[in-house]
Design a protein around this ligand. Structure first.
Ligand code: C2E
Ligand code: CA
Ligand code: CA
Length: 330
């Protein structure tokens, strides 16, 4: 890095990280990188060529470099498996009984410098690379372990965990059976797992989502469409999909008290869920007024800061006990 031209930063790109990123890069960008590589090799091959500092400089947008470095650091942290990457849990409450029925597992990454990286930054970066498949495998294994521990401590084997999956996960061969085997190996039932997929996975024609969800359904595994209402769901597609839960996008819940059209969107999603015999969950419930309204409108479950922020797994049981003491079943 010392002999870098002024204004440049040297970052280490390993062969693995380069190949992974190249595979996931949009074709146009990939072609540009190949072109730059070829012209560099061509210059080197010229008789009498004398290498200088500019030979090593390929000007790529700084943010691209930061993303490459971030992905590489994440891969190393995942390989080390020394607790830098972990799952936090956010309780989900059944609005009728007011009891905690399960939780969503959310990934957290605190590198060795002790400064957490936001999932909003690292998840989209790794989602563009095949590394997401390893990250999901880690998330599923860890989430199942956490849930089994909670089952053992509470004796309540109906508590479930929601884990986030992406189109790359669904494209893996034997995804459904592998996932079921992981759940079983952890000592859980299929119905203890809720696959959370976004509308883009649900409506992605390239992975056989409908077949996969059918197999999962037959194995007892539940599934939810996350951030519902944000994407471009088509009714025709929804008819084909064996989905059990619609998670209403947080933006509608945020807006529903001040904006009639957001409230109408929440009502419309509840009506769709009811007609398709799906459960409906309101995400991002932050206040008592939002809690009251989603309950009055007929949501089945709620999740959000009003109940709890995502917590380290070790804090889940004390949160559950205190929430349920404060909110006894009616
Ligand atoms: P998501 O799946 O929609 O998860 C819900 C996000 O909303 C979480 O953000 C959660 O902390 C936040 N949240 C929950 N309740 C409230 C609330 O009342 N108010 C507000 N303002 N926010 C609330 P987080 O943990 O930062 O995760 C962001 C996104 O990163 C997730 O959105 C999900 O898309 C992705 N993600 C997180 N963990 C994983 C993972 O293990 N695998 C994959 N593929 N994606 C993950
Ligand atoms: Ca989710
Ligand atoms: Ca969500």
């Amino acid at each position: 890095a010392d002999d870098c031209a002024e204004g440049c930063t040297a970052i280490e790109i390993t062969r693995d990280s380069f190949e992974e990123l190249a595979a996931a890069t949009p074709p146009l960008l990939r072609a540009m990188i190949q072109y730059l590589g070829q012209s560099l090799r061509h210059r080197h091959a010229q008789p009498g060529h004398i290498a200088d500092a500019t030979d090593a400089v390929i000007s790529i947008d700084e943010t691209v470099m930061q993303i490459i470095a971030l992905v590489d650091q994440f891969r190393q942290a995942l390989q080390r498996d020394q607790g830098e990457i972990d799952m936090h849990v956010q309780p989900i409450v059944d609005l009728e009984s007011r009891q905690i029925s399960g939780f969503e597992a959310l990934m957290r990454w605190t590198p060795r410098d002790g400064r957490p990286v936001s999932p909003g930054a690292f998840i989209p970066a790794i989602e563009n690379t095949p590394l997401i498949v390893d990250a999901t495998r880690f998330a599923l294994n860890r989430s199942c372990g956490i849930l089994k521990n909670i089952h053992d401590k509470t004796g309540n084997t109906d508590l479930f965990v929601g884990v986030n999956f992406t189109p790359a996960d669904f494209s893996r061969p034997n995804f459904a059976t592998d996932t079921f085997n992981t759940v079983q190996r952890a000592g859980l039932k299929g119905s203890n797992l809720d696959l959370e997929i976004t509308e883009s996975t649900a409506f992605d024609e390239t992975c056989a989502t409908a077949d996969i969800l059918n197999t999962c359904h037959a194995l007892g595994i539940q599934s939810a469409i996350d951030d519902f209402g944000q994407g471009f769901s088509s009714m025709a597609r929804l008819v084909d999909l064996n989905v059990h839960v619609l998670k209403i996008d947080m933006a509608f819940v945020k807006g529903m008290l001040s904006n009639d059209r957001c409230a109408s969107a929440v009502r419309a999603i509840i009506a769709i869920a009811n007609n398709f015999h799906m459960k409906v969950l309101a995400e991002g419930v932050e206040t008592e007024s939002e809690w009251d309204l989603v309950a009055a409108l007929g949501c089945i479950e709620a999740q959000g800061y009003y109940i709890s922020k995502p917590l380290p797994a070790d804090d889940f049981l004390s949160l559950k006990t205190s929430w349920e003491a404060d909110h006894p079943a009616p």
